[in-house]
Design a protein around this ligand. Structure first.
Ligand code: ARG
Length: 271
C-alpha cells in the first residue's frame, strides 16, 4: 500500500516537473537553506508562508493557551516550515471543515490537526506519510452506571448519548459501534467533555491521547472505560493540486524522523 502511494507520487512529481519545463507558473521555493541541488516548485496561499489550518481544541496536539497555539502538531508544523524555508502561519478553522478547506485552496496550504488518514478524506485531499499512530477511547463520568465491564452493551442502547466531534473518526466509531445510541456531534472537541460533565451526554468517544489529556488536566471526575486500538495514522492533508508541496512535506517528515525531532516531540507532548 505504501509502495503504491510512492509510485503515484513519483508519477505525479514527474508530471509536474515536465509541466514546469513548459513554463507552468507555480511559485518556486528553495527547499531548505543552502540546498543548491533541490528546488521545489509548489503553490502557496501566501508567498513565503506555510499556512496551516488547525482546530485548536485537541490537546496535546493543538490547543490555545493564553492566545498562543501550543502542542505536538504546532511544533511539528513549525519544524516542517523550517525545513521548507518558510514562515509558519496558523489559521483556526472548525475541524469538520478542514479537509474541504485544504481541497478548495485559497485559505490554507495544509491541515495539520490530528487528522487521521481515511478513505473518505482521501477522495478530497492527499495525505503525507503518517507521523503519529492513534487509538480511540470512551470516557464516562465516574460513579455512573456505565463501567468497563458493561460499556459495549449499556452504551449501545436507545437513549444513550455519546458526545463526539463533528466529522471526526470518533463520531464514525460511535455511529458504527453504538448504533442504537445517539452520537451527538459538537463542533469543538472540548465541548464534548463539558456536555458529558453537565449530564447532556453519557459518554465521550475520541482519540485516546486527547481523552487522557483532557481527563488529567480538567475532568478528573471522568474515567476511561474502553480503549480501542484503531491504529489511526495522523498525517498532513495537502491539496491534490499541490503534489510538489506534498513531496516536500514528505521529505521534511523523513528528515525530522531521522534526526529525532518527531521522537522528541512525542516524548515532550505524549510521554
Ligand atoms: N483523529 C480524529 C480525526 O481525524 C480527530 C481529530 C480532531 N482534531 C482536532 N484538532 N480537533 O477525525
Amino acid at each position: 500500500m505504501k509502495m503504491k502511494k510512492w509510485g503515484v507520487l513519483a508519477v505525479a512529481g514527474a508530471l509536474t516537473a515536465s509541466l514546469a519545463l513548459f513554463g507552468c507558473s507555480t511559485t518556486t521555493a528553495e527547499e531548505g537553506a543552502g540546498d543548491e541541488a533541490t528546488e521545489a516548485s509548489y503553490t502557496l496561499v501566501n508567498e513565503g508562508k506555510f499556512t496551516v489550518g488547525v482546530s485548536p481544541d485537541f490537546p496535546p496536539f493543538e490547543n490555545l493557551v493564553d492566545g498562543e497555539y501550543v502542542g505536538f502538531d504546532i511544533e511539528l508544523s513549525k519544524a516542517i516550515a523550517e525545513e521548507l524555508g518558510l514562515e509558519v502561519e496558523f489559521k483556526t478553522l472548525q475541524f469538520d471543515g478542514i479537509p474541504a478547506a485544504v481541497a478548495a485552496g485559497g485559505q490554507v496550504d495544509v491541515g495539520i490537526t490530528g487528522l487521521t488518514i481515511t478513505p473518505d478524506r482521501q477522495e478530497t485531499v492527499d495525505f503525507s506519510d503518517p507521523y503519529y499512530i492513534a487509538d480511540q477511547s470512551v470516557a464516562v463520568m465516574k460513579g455512573g452506571e456505565i463501567t468497563a465491564d458493561n460499556v459495549d452493551d449499556l452504551l449501545n442502547t436507545e437513549g444513550m448519548v455519546i458526545a463526539v466531534q463533528s466529522g471526526s473518526t470518533g463520531e464514525a466509531y460511535a455511529q458504527e459501534n453504538y448504533s442504537n445510541a445517539t452520537a451527538q456531534a459538537y463542533g469543538n472537541a472540548t465541548d464534548c467533555f463539558a456536555a458529558m460533565q453537565s449530564g447532556q451526554a453519557d459518554a465521550v468517544c475520541m482519540d485516546k491521547a486527547v481523552v487522557e489529556q483532557m481527563l488529567a488536566e480538567a475532568y478528573t471526575d471522568a474515567e476511561v472505560v474502553k480503549q480501542v486500538a484503531t491504529g489511526e495514522e495522523y498525517a498532513v492533508a495537502v491539496s491534490k493540486d499541490n503534489p510538489e508541496l506534498l513531496a516536500a512535506i514528505n521529505e521534511a517528515i523523513a528528515t525530522l524522523t531521522e534526526d529525532g525531532t518527531i521522537e522528541d516531540l512525542t516524548a515532550q507532548f505524549l510521554g
